[in-house]
Design a protein around this ligand. Structure first.
Ligand SMILES: Nc1ncnc2c1ncn2[C@@H]1O[C@H](COP(=O)(O)OP(=O)(O)OP(=O)(O)O)[C@@H](O)[C@H]1O
Ligand SMILES: [Mg+2]
Length: 285
């Protein structure tokens, strides 16, 4: 089954929120979900009721196992949500640099256990990544089936779009090009009271066309759900955010699950990205 990664060129845009809520949706549909936290903030588990102060983790222990393929087994946590979690683990700056250096020389430390998990046809791995380019994100790009890029509806996010399209920001290491056709975008935290936010969302929509999986409005139910360690759909099922996030998750399911009629079997070229001119934002008064 697939590995789905959530990424963004910027921080604080809603990657972890979208990854966690998509994980909940996959689980609701009956998939066995492994939520993989590749971010040293170690915060993904909060969304599943896991202990945010737990120090041990999968990524921080990658090099401690005699058989790297089995490295995940000691760290897979069953959470109250029913989703299995591979936490990053607590790491200082120095430890994070050391882990990254190790992964640059030995990417298989991360790839081998993930491939081992994915041998189970029932499992979907949903990976949350740190903001911007990073070592772990680049390493897993070699085996990612579908990448979800989360953007804010602001100017700083919109200017990133041509970089993501044209220069293959999310391509993996040399020799392991990410199949960039399998990429979808979410524009998050749209504020309808803000002219700029509306304009940025419209610009993203024009630029991305069918690659836009959906828009999510700024909604207090989203951080409140996190505070309760629940999915938005469980915490506030009637909210607009819950409906938008569920619709996005279903589009991701379609994209990765061929039996659901999705485009998993299409060659990347057919849905691939071409370098495009930058999007134009029009601010209406
Ligand atoms: N649609 C939304 N409406 C309101 N708040 C939101 C929305 N989406 C995310 N948030 C809030 O924004 C904050 C940042 O979200 P999140 O942690 O998911 O971002 P991130 O991209 O993972 O950040 P980082 O780059 O630090 O990993 C959180 O407090 C989250 O609850
Ligand atoms: Mg995050």
């Amino acid at each position: 089954m697939p590995l789905i990664a959530f990424a963004s060129p910027k921080g604080g845009v809603g990657k972890t929120t979208m990854a966690a809520n998509a994980a909940h949706e996959f689980a609701r549909l009956g998939y066995r979900v492994v939520a993989l936290d590749l971010d040293a903030q170690n915060a993904l588990g909060m969304h599943f009721g896991a202990d945010p102060y737990e120090r041990a983790g999968f990524v921080t222990s990658l090099k401690d196992h005699a058989d790297p393929r089995r490295a995940w087994q000691a760290h897979l946590q069953e959470t109250p949500s029913g989703i299995a979690l591979l936490p990053h683990g607590h790491a200082t700056f120095a430890q994070t640099f050391a882990i990254n250096a190790e992964l640059i020389s030995h990417p298989d430390l991360l790839i081998a256990p993930l491939r081992d998990i994915l041998q189970d046809p029932q499992v979907v791995i949903i990976a949350d990544t740190p903001p911007g380019p990073g070592v772990a994100s680049s390493v897993i790009a070699a085996i990612v089936d579908y990448m979800v890029v989360v953007l804010l509806s602001d100017a700083a996010s919109i200017v990133q779009l041509p970089k993501i399209d044209g220069k293959g920001m999310y391509r993996g290491a040399p020799g392991t090009p990410f199949p960039i056709g399998r990429i979808g975008f979410v524009v998050n935290q749209i504020d309808m009271r803000s002219r700029l936010s509306r304009a940025a969302a419209e610009a993203a929509e024009r630029h991305l066309g069918s690659r836009l999986l959906g828009r999510v409005y700024r909604d207090e139910h989203v951080p409140e759900a996190l505070a309760r360690q629940l999915s938005v759909a469980d915490y506030a099922p009637a909210s607009k955010a819950a409906q938008d996030i569920t619709a996005i998750a279903l589009k991701i399911v379609e994209a990765v699950a061929p039996e659901q009629g999705g485009p998993m079997d299409e060659p990347a070229e057919e849905v691939g990205l071409a370098a495009r001119p930058g999007p134009k934002m029009t601010v209406h008064s």
